[in-house]
Write a protein that binds this ligand. Sequence first.
Ligand SMILES: Nc1nc2c(c(=O)[nH]1)N[C@H]1C(S)=C(S)[C@@H](COP(=O)(O)O)O[C@H]1N2
Ligand SMILES: [Mo]
Length: 327
Amino acid sequence: MLIKRKRGWEIPEQQATPESVYFSRRKLLGAGASLAAASFFPELASAQRAADLPDPTASYYPAKKNAKYKFDGVLTEEKVAANYNNFYEYGTSKYIASAAQRLQIRPWQIKFDGMVEKEQTVDFDTLFKAVASSLEERTYRLRCVEAWSAVIPWTGFQMSELVKFAKPLSGAKYIRMETFNDPKMAPEQRPGFLSDGNWPYVEGCTIEEANNELSFMVTGVYGQPGYKQFGAPIRLMQPWKYGFKAIKSIVRMTFTDKRPVSYWEKLQRQEYGFWANVNPEVSHPRWSQATERDIGTGERRNTVLFNGYGEYVADLYKNLKGERLWA
Ligand SMILES: Nc1nc2c(c(=O)[nH]1)N[C@H]1C(S)=C(S)[C@@H](COP(=O)(O)O)O[C@H]1N2
Ligand SMILES: [Mo]
């Protein structure tokens, strides 16, 4: 699909190639065919119909609002944000909300391994109970590297609580996170289809970043748990970084002394680095990052350094001048 000679920011967003350009053309064609996957794979159709088990966390919602983190602009309407998502496990378009209903979020287990006092696999509901007393709602702007953004009320708890829960050893420096890999829940993950060989989705951050007060584990959105297109039952939000860092539907967290290589970095290292902090002055090879389209208002706005959250996070990067901090 690398037929375009214009640079990405010379053309409107709708015509620009999405983040998914590096999936091969053959696989993209395969992905189109997978719209019909349910009829080839009857078990997929039944998975889609299967009623979800009752959500034992429901009584905790809506959580108390924490208004400390100011946002510029207006809250994006729920029906807009819930129908414009990136979740490549369900396809390359933004309109994956209905496909994502196949995601089965109970039972759900998360494995904590690597450099921790004791490796453990915990049921999501057990983990939730351990951190529920700090559950709160925070409104953060999400800024995708494709130059769109939305202002969304996220419910969850600080990632630092999860670090405490995992009990990393002193030598651990990074956390590597993984999404589920299960073609029964996400037909795009079938062999031979989209991004074959590159699943699961992987992301990572330093433990220092994880312990920053802004790093948030999201268990609910718009006051409700179990919102599948947003990455239920648990996903990450680090609002000063581009959206691709905000890994969804996490099943594994590995504490390590080696810098994790992400899903996108593996596909296209020149375009997607480890730090990925928002910076309007550093363009992505295919998108200027100077401005962004707010999907709620439709307005184009100026992008702000660290997506407006610099007062909380700029210090994390003071001594990393030689690093590629911005893309
Ligand atoms: N597992 C997984 N997590 C993911 C993605 C994905 O494709 N798979 N897309 C990322 C990208 S590119 C963005 S912009 C955000 C989008 O989050 P939203 O759909 O909640 O707006 O999720 C991120 N997390
Ligand atoms: Mo994104």
